[in-house]
Design a binder for this molecule. Sequence first.
Ligand SMILES: CC(C)(COP(=O)(O)OP(=O)(O)OC[C@H]1O[C@@H](n2cnc3c(N)ncnc32)[C@H](O)[C@@H]1OP(=O)(O)O)[C@@H](O)C(=O)NCCC(=O)NCCS
Length: 332
Amino acid sequence: MSPFAHVTPLQRVSDTKAAGWHQVVAASTAHDMPGVPAPDPGQIHAQLTQPALGSRRLTWLATAADAPVGIAGLRLFTSPGQQHLAQLELHVDPAHRRLGTGSLLLSAVVAACRAEGRRSLVVTAAADSPGEAFSERHGFRRALTLDHLMLRLDELDVAELLRIADAERPGYRLTGWAGTVPDELADAFAAAKDAMNDMPVGDLDYGSVAWDVERVRAMGKVVADRGDTLLTVAAVHDEGAMAGYTEIVLPQGRGPRAQQYDTAVVPAHRGQSLGLWVKAAMARRLRDEYPGVVEIETDNADDNVHMLAVNHRLGFRSYRRTREFQLDVPTT
Ligand SMILES: CC(C)(COP(=O)(O)OP(=O)(O)OC[C@H]1O[C@@H](n2cnc3c(N)ncnc32)[C@H](O)[C@@H]1OP(=O)(O)O)[C@@H](O)C(=O)NCCC(=O)NCCS
């Protein structure tokens, strides 16, 4: 039978198709990102059936001799300010590489980007991996390098952590919640979220989205609907503004690894170590309330010196690098 793959859009996500998708992603992740846990079948099913915030998804499956050998997922952003943007997830089973399957999937993706009027296609690949060679071969340019760091909660200096978390910050108090933001903090939180828009993104044409209460609540719902737990710790100023916050997501099933989402300090409140404060308070909360969580993974642009300094001070250590690539999709 021919080893060459056949690419079809995934119209309806059956359990078999989701299992095939999972098999490809798990094999590819184990090969190219050793030590990075592949999403479990439940997470894959949720990913394929539930739209992420402010986006919709197109999917393709590549099969050879009826067996799944490659997948492509395309996230089309729908919020004003990001309607030019699409984000690609692409994996080929290591046993079926260098046979043109990745290129075949990418052709379908680029055609969809054109049809959907997307001028920027972004993808993440492990640094110095086949994904990089493939991206460059297909005309993507390097736009951003991300340092991934890990904090082992069972190895950190607890006395130092408590000293930071318990330090008085005159004019500010700590608060926190699980899931969607409480009503009384929703306006202040949405305003603080906008501070994330100046996060360094290298040469990515990522656009920006305005945050309001509706979007903040929608984000809480999206995370809950896919079975994950969103935790937030925030610093609130005496006059009511939210000065800074940090978000962690615990994957469904509560594996040992928590994922850092945003950390931001609003410009007017910078320079007072509030970022360090909220992150230390979050680490303490995880140790106290979620003993099954043993590590936190975060990623920072390699030129985001302030965030990297905060993370190193807390005990995060670099353990891998990824790169974001961008294809400026030809319109003719
Ligand atoms: C990147 C990936 C999808 C490529 O899949 P693939 O089916 O092997 O890709 P193709 O066979 O279509 O490769 C097309 C060209 O890309 C380049 N390329 C692909 N893999 C390469 C490698 N390991 N080293 C050097 N060049 C490579 C080559 O120019 C290749 O053409 P050639 O085989 O005629 O020399 C696959 O390696 C993978 O799943 N990687 C892990 C996930 C990942 O990094 N995803 C993001 C990718 S954008």
